[in-house]
Write a protein that binds this ligand. Sequence first.
Ligand code: TTP
Ligand code: MG
Ligand code: MG
Length: 456
Amino acid sequence: MGINPRFYGWINEATLKTANHANFVNVRLTYLHLFWVQKSGFSARAGPGDRTQKEENMQKNKQRVMHLDMDAFFAAIEQRDNPALRHKPVIIGGPPGSRGVVSTCSYEARRYGAHSAMPLPTAKKLCPHAIFLPVNGAKYVHVSRRLMKILQRYSPQLEPVSVDEAFLNISGLARIYKSEKELGRKIKRDILDELQLTCTIGIASSKILAKLASGLNKPDGLNIIEDEEMERIVYPLPVRKLWGIGEATEKALARLGIKTIGNLACFPELKLKKVFGKNGPLMARAAAGKLDSPVHGLEELPAEKSVGHEHTFRNDTDDVEQIRAQLLLLVQRVGRRMRKRNVRGKTVTLKLRYENFETHTHRTSLNSYTNNEGQIFSLTEQLWRQIYNLKRKIRLIGVSVSHLVEREPAGLELPFRDEQLRIKADDLLLPTVDKIKDTYGENAIWRASGLLLKRE
Ligand code: TTP
Ligand code: MG
Ligand code: MG
């Protein structure tokens, strides 16, 4: 089965048996190390007042979306495979004395306050009798693949979003299985029979609502939210329940007096735009259940118009050395992904978000197409020097390359001679770097300046 590489990207790396392994997985997840997929498929709808006929029709034929997420995934697999662990507090992430963080824990351990991304020693303090286990990435990927195969039997429009989670377009399936509830029950039964694991399912008219629905009923739940129930069920919930709203955004919203999803849905979009840029109105539409995007099947993921990575600092920072080292890391990831996809790009964009959420993106273009990270980095640095305002701390940085081509058109100018030589040296080196990463994993080799990166 051709699984979306975006989805397996991190877990392949997680199969590496490095000492830092559990920590690495968590860093990737916790620090929102997100790929930018510019053509994300999110299509914001107009407000209720100005709907066109086409939108009315779309509304009538609204897709039905299932979101499925496994319960305490890594921990549940360990409990399944070792009966002595069942009904016990199990914490995955490594030995409690190590510097790593909790990857996940069983619901029994959660009762004591342990949770993902918590330092292992803290988890030990909260739950001293817990059983601590290392992350067995290869095993979890294997289960994940089997899970996706089960789901694919129900709908070809299956969009995995993480190792234990997927969206399924189930429009029209209720007729075949009598009802959406029956369909949900049947899928849960299959997963239990074939994998001996439980999951939670949410069903609604959009991905965001389906995800919210499953999150409300964990573990072993099945929750359907109808559009008519939005105001009664969804509006009173805290904004934090909405996919994509983290702690900092929650605080920034609270400063505007927005506490619940209903508050956000009814807040004037223009005011939100002032504070959050174009994400503001999108958040409001998501809160109102009006932000929809199709479930992409495995074979027809949206074409990426650009390749990018971004990083949210755990604490806002003005440490220029740290920011530079992080940029270098991001650029290396971008270069590596471009080379894997065999594409080159011409325009480099640097994105900066300051502590007050003000976001700036600046771009510059080359005369030629490249996937050489040295070249991308020097453009990124130029952009950085042009736009960085030292007075404010940085919350997020991102780098992306757009105007992608598969083969470089002939006859384009090359940069100055010194730069040419440097790029040539890099071009000779990079295939070897890629080979090392292919064999020993993404963390096997980095540029030396990346060593300046401080642990956050
Ligand atoms: P989640 O689905 O977020 O969590 P979960 O399945 O353990 O528990 P829940 O019942 O709440 O869904 O993540 C899936 C797996 O991804 C999880 O089992 C371990 C891994 N993971 C990390 O390694 N680090 C993290 O910070 C998180 C959130 C998950
Ligand atoms: Mg889960
Ligand atoms: Mg999950």
